[in-house]
Design a protein around this ligand. Sequence first.
Ligand code: HEC
Ligand code: HEC
Length: 222
Amino acid sequence: MYNSYRLLICILFVLASYQMASAQESDINKISLIIKQKQSTPTILKQAIEIGRERALLCSVCHGTDGNSTKSDVPNLAGQNPVYLLEQIEKFADGRRKNYVMNSLAKDFSTEDKINLAIFYNNMPVKPASVDKNLAQKGKQLYETQCSSCHGKHGAGSTSFARIAGQQPIYVFETLKQFRDNANDDRLKKATKRKSSIMEPIVKQYSDNELRVISAYIAQLH
Ligand code: HEC
Ligand code: HEC
């Protein structure tokens, strides 16, 4: 009796999270469709960029005035793909991804904010970081064989895969390390700031040094 009760709770929980996930997905699909429409009309696009720029004033303290962060542990948002950006904002808002500031900020965005912010950042050009050329060269082969299938040969990503070209090297290194350590240690999974069932198995076997050279290669991609 007790067991079937537990089973029922379990099924309800799975159903509820499935519904939540698909509701979020359809929200993101709707918003990204609006973004596509706005991007296709130059005057509307220009307006959205200006509203987005104003809304991003607070963000610029950390992410830079044009989405090129000046802190190597804070990600650039410039040139980021709208769907990826929206997904991450959703993850901060519901706590699947953890960062104290971002968790509280993301909860307050209206649909309008999300649209304008995503358009603003998407239209800002990324400035690649200057990194040690030798280090970057060592990461090239690993990147091209292991990462480019999703993130693109030049790191531009796609509709939903993150753009990583020019991304801040320390941020990339720390992020990859989180994915790797999650994959290797069950205890860490509970405390981790960020999870990804796709990225974790990919970087599971990498050494710190391999992650460092890949991060350098990514940071200088145009
Ligand atoms: C106090 C600094 C700070 C401010 C202000 C801030 N952010 Fe962030 N943001 C961060 C940090 C740090 C991360 C990386 C968190 C992590 O992965 O640990 C981040 C991550 C993000 C990401 C995910 C990027 C990626 O590549 O995955 C998005 C999107 C984002 N911020 C949007 C915003 C927006 C929009 C605003 C303004 C409304 C904002 N942030 C304000 C520090 C800040
Ligand atoms: C099968 C597709 C796939 C492959 C191959 C792949 N990635 Fe990813 N990557 C993803 C997805 C999906 C995410 C978003 C994870 C999330 O939701 O947080 C991601 C996220 C990332 C991020 C975080 C971006 C940001 O702005 O925070 C980095 C960095 C990254 N990947 C680097 C790599 C590297 C380096 C490799 C090769 C060793 C690689 N990826 C291979 C799918 C892939």
